[in-house]
Ligand binder design. Structure first.
Ligand code: 13P
Length: 246
C-alpha cells in the first residue's frame, strides 16, 4: 500500500503533468494498492482523470471532521462515504501542530470512519521524545484511539516520526522494523477483535531510500509527502514496493 499525501500542494497544471509523468514511468502490477490524498478541492478532478485513464488509483482525504453541520471548512464522514473515498488519513502530526488537534478528536474521527473508509492513523514521536527513549511510550498512547473499537475492515497505521517528516532524515531500517512490529502487537492486543493493522512508514521516503525501507519484514508500504508530488518519483517508489523496479 503506497499512499501519496499531497498536503496543501497542487494545481490543475501540476496534476495533469503528474499523471502524464506517472503513466510514462509506471509499470502496472495487479493487486497493488495505490492511493492519493489530494487537497479536497481537486478530488473530483483527480477522480475524473483516474477513470479516463483506467488507472487503479484510489482517492482518499487528508482528514475529516468529528461531525457535520455548522462547522465551516470541514468535511464529514458522511461526505467521505457519499463520495466513495477509499481511505482517510487521521491524526497527522501537522494537524496536531497547526490545527491544535488532540487525541480525543482523533479517536472520534477514527470512530466515524467505521464502515465508511479505511482509516490511516498517523503516529510518531518528536525528536526530543526519540532522544529520551520515549518512542514506544508515546506511540502506545497514540494507539489508544483504537481501544474498544470494533472494526470489521482493514485498519492502517502510519509510523511517521515527526523529526523525519520533510527533513531528509529517517530512522534506521532496523528501528523502523522494530517500531512497526511494536505497533502491530499493541493494536492486536488492544482492539476488540484482535485486528492486526497494516503499518506504513512515512517520513522522507524517496526513490533512493525506499528499497531499503521496503525490505523490512513489518513494513507494509509507505505514506509519502514531498516525493509523491512528482509523478515519476511516485511511480518509481510504487514499483520498488511491487518489486518490479531495480
Ligand atoms: P515527507 O515524505 O515529505 O517527509 O512527508 C511525510 C508525510 O508527512 C506523509 O504524511
Amino acid at each position: 500500500m503506497i499512499i501519496a499525501n499531497w498536503k496543501c500542494n497542487g494545481s490543475k497544471q501540476m496534476i495533469s503533468t503528474w499523471f502524464a509523468e506517472f503513466i510514462e514511468s509506471y509499470a502496472p502490477k495487479d493487486g497493488s494498492y495505490i492511493g492519493i490524498a489530494p487537497p479536497m478541492i481537486y478530488l473530483e478532478y483527480i477522480k475524473r482523470i483516474v477513470a479516463e485513464k483506467s488507472l487503479k488509483i484510489k482517492v482518499g482525504t487528508q482528514d475529516l471532521d468529528v461531525s457535520n453541520g455548522a462547522r465551516t471548512g470541514a468535511i464529514s464522514a458522511e461526505m467521505i462515504l457519499d463520495y466513495e473515498c477509499s481511505f482517510s488519513i487521521v491524526g497527522h502530526s501537522e494537524r496536531m501542530q497547526y490545527f491544535n488537534e488532540k487525541n480525543s478528536a482523533i479517536k472520534e474521527k477514527i470512530h466515524k470512519l467505521i464502515n465508511v473508509a479505511t482509516p490511516i492513523l498517523c503516529v510518531g514521536e518528536t525528536y526530543e521524545e526519540n532522544q529520551n527513549n520515549l518512542t514506544e511510550e508515546v506511540i502506545s498512547e497514540q494507539l489508544r484511539v483504537f481501544e474498544g473499537l470494533n472494526f470489521k475492515n482493514k485498519i492502517v497505521v502510519a509510523y511517521e516520526p515527526v523529526w523525519a517528516i520533510g527533513t531528509g532524515m529517517t530512522p534506521s531500517k532496523q528501528e523502523i522494523n522494530e517500531i512497526h512490529k511494536f505497533i502491530k502487537d499493541v493494536v492486536q492486543s488492544s482492539s476488540v477483535n484482535s485486528l492486526i493493522p497494516s503499518v506504513l512508514y512515512g517520513g522522507s521516503v524517496n526513490e533512493e531510500n525506499c528499497e531499503n525501507i521496503f525490505k523490512s519484514e513489518f513494513v507494509d508500504g509507505a505514506l509519502i509527502g514531498g516525493a509523491s508530488l512528482d509523478g515519476s518519483s511516485f511511480a518509481k517508489i510504487v514499483m520498488s514496493f511491487n518489486g518490479s523496479y531495480k
